[in-house]
Design a protein around this ligand. Structure first.
Ligand code: X8Z
Ligand code: ZN
Length: 607
């Protein structure tokens, strides 16, 4: 999580008044002027970030009216600052700049998640930045404090999620699922107002809307990026369809036609996850016969007395085994690793870099289970990336693109193989090849199931930002996209005031989501390339790069580049290719896909 480029109103007139003499500048003069401007901008942003990151940290760790107030204030200041700087880049349009300068200008112009317009008097500009920031802060807090009462007991997201993953009673599942969605009802009007303000800000910066602006952060025109996403989806969609078909059949066998029919979409609350985004919770229902890996990591971690700290230490040890330096001591004293009992916190896992140097932290309400073991690696991936690029200029202290940032830790976690667990002493024997289908199915529930969800979240936002979906259609559009991409439906009629998208963290949290779809593609490209570098010739799902310093050195080269070069260069440095490509993911799951096709023979797949 990076909390600098926020969004807001700009004192653009003031800034432009002092800058740029106009058409007479030579290209050398333009470069010098741009250097001064960019150095000033980076200094201002860096100073602001030192302050805003601490405010955001305290707010997320201790949600009260007062910390919300502080966060809203810092957010507004951030909006004013970043929008002012973004508008100031306009004076360098068409100037002859170095590639680095152009890159920094583009980051300044397109890198604001939720901008505000800068029209009107300074007081008017501040008023709208304040309004936007209050909305975004309130949305986050409302989500963070979300609870639903069942049988007189107030349940938070972890507790409701536990029901969704472990209960096999359709009534209970429906109750927990519908209960959680209620936390988002109060968000809808605020969300609509936020979109209005954000779009006005995006237009002022030369984008058609916020969707266009978000898509402009991938080193190519927004339209081309959207086409790239479609290409990637068409590569992996057949795999999802096979998994959907196979799973639906198993759910039908388990619950019967009245709960899960043999054809059509799957009931969303039966898939073991609140958003049906990862389906590992129902492994027991879909497990391929005679391919039991012989262990359940959930149980193993508990049996071996792992606690949250030990899980994080184990994650760190993987990264250091690749040759990366250990985390600083302050990581351990300043991170939040378990849910505190006596205060409200934002429990959605995140990684932080408070000073853009080495004050790295995670914040997660860690539970001792396989999912959180994976999430620990995910979060540490962010932290190790942040530290690796900390020598770059401020505006280049970021991922090559946001998908890279999300993929680093997941790539490492793909190396959590049985052989690796054996090395850790967690299991005593590595399962035979006959268990491969079981291992692959578990991974498929985590990775393949996610792909259409990863796409749905921003497909919904793009429609909303583009004005194609109006506030009164918000929920129906979300349900429709769930059906179209994931092939799922809510367990029952949705109430008229429902705002189901708000029940997913990244919507009230305003975190763009395309990054995760890209990450789930990229992490398999990283894994395949790393395994090839390691000389691995076996199946990809049995390859672990644990302890491999040569792979680690090449990996570090990519990490250290940060955002200093267009992402194809970073990708090339580690994998030798310049394209994002779904074929590594497809290759990884090839044995499972072949088997699922056999199982699905004679079925009418699709929905
Ligand atoms: O939000 C996250 C991370 C933090 S960046 C825990 N993820 C997405 C989600 O939970 O929805 C990781 C996978 C997808
Ligand atoms: Zn992440």
């Amino acid at each position: 999580m990076r909390k600098i480029l926020l969004g807001g109103v700009a004192a653009v007139g003031l800034l432009l008044a002092g800058c740029n003499g106009g058409g007479g500048t030579t290209s050398e003069a333009a470069k010098t002027d741009a250097t001064t401007f960019l150095a000033g901008a980076e200094k201002e942003l860096s100073d602001f970030s030192d302050y805003a990151a601490r405010v955001a940290w305290v707010n997320a760790n201790f949600i009260t009216e007062d910390t919300d107030w502080l966060a809203a204030r810092a957010g507004s200041e951030g909006t004013l600052l970043t929008v002012r700087l973004a508008n100031a880049t306009k004076q360098y349009e068409g100037a002859s700049l170095t590639p680095d300068q152009q890159r920094k200008m583009q980051i300044l112009r397109a890198g604001i998640v939720m901008p505000a317009p800068s029209t009107g008097t300074p007081d008017e500009q501040k008023a709208i930045a304040d309004e936007l920031s209050k909305i975004t802060t309130d949305l986050q807090s409302t989500y963070g404090k979300g609870k639903f009462t069942i049988d007189g007991k107030e349940l938070n997201l972890e507790q409701l999620s536990e029901i969704i993953s472990s209960s096999r009673d359709p009534k209970k599942l429906q109750q927990a699922w519908e209960g959680w969605q209620t936390i988002a009802v109060p968000m809808k009007a605020d969300y609509a107002r936020m979109v209005e303000i954000g779009n006005a800000g995006a237009k002022e910066l030369g984008f058609s809307d916020i969707a266009d602006m978000w898509l402009a952060n991938y080193d190519m025109p927004s339209k081309d990026m959207e086409a790239t996403v479609e290409k990637l989806w068409s590569q992996v969609q057949p795999l999802y369809n096979d998994l959907h078909c196979y799973t639906r059949n198993k759910l039908n066998a388990k619950y019967g036609d009245a709960v899960q029919p043999k054809t059509g979409p799957i009931r969303a609350d039966l898939l073991g996850n609140m958003w049906a985004q990862q389906w590992n919770g129902i492994y027991d229902i879909v497990a391929p016969p005679a391919s039991d890996p012989g262990y359940d990591l959930n149980k193993v971690l508990v049996a071996k007395n792992y606690d949250p700290i030990k899980m994080v230490k184990t994650g760190e040890a993987f990264f250091t085994s690749l040759g990366l330096a250990p985390l600083p001591e302050t990581f351990w004293t300043r991170s939040l690793i378990t849910r505190p009992r006596d205060r409200e916190v934002i429990c959605h896992a995140s990684a932080w870099d408070l000073d853009n140097l080495e004050d790295l932290r995670i914040k997660m309400c860690t539970q001792v289970n396989a999912e959180d073991f994976s999430t620990v690696h995910h979060e540490l991936g962010h932290n190790f990336y942040q530290r690796a690029y900390n020598k770059q200029d401020f505006l280049f202290k970021n991922g090559a693109n946001d998908g890279f940032h999300e993929a680093i830790g997941d790539f490492v976690a793909l190396s959590i193989t049985p052989e690796y667990l054996k090395q850790l002493g967690l299991i005593s024997t590595s399962p035979p090849a006959s268990a491969d289908l079981g291992l692959l199915m578990d991974r498929a529930l985590e990775k393949i199931a996610f792909l259409p969800f990863g796409l749905k979240v921003d497909k919904w936002r793009w429609q909303v930002f583009r004005g194609e979906v109006k506030p009164e259609q918000y929920n129906q559009a979300w349900v429709d996209l769930g059906k179209q991409y994931q092939g799922i439906v809510p367990p029952g009629e949705r109430p008229a005031d429902a705002f189901d998208p708000g029940a997913k963290f990244h919507i009230p949290g305003n975190t763009p989501y395309l990054r995760y779809f890209l990450s789930f593609i990229l992490q398999f490209q990283f894994h395949k390339a790393a395994c090839e570098q390691a000389g691995w010739t076996g199946p990809l799902h049995r390859c672990s790069i644990y302890n491999n310093k040569e792979v680690g050195a090449k990996f570090a080269t990519m990490l250290e580049m940060g955002a200093s070069k267009p992402w194809p260069e970073a990708l090339e440095a580690f994998t030798g290719t310049r394209e994002m490509d779904g074929s590594a993911l497809v290759a990884y799951f090839a044995p499972l896909q072949a088997w699922m096709k056999e199982q699905n023979a004679g079925q009418t797949c699709g929905w």
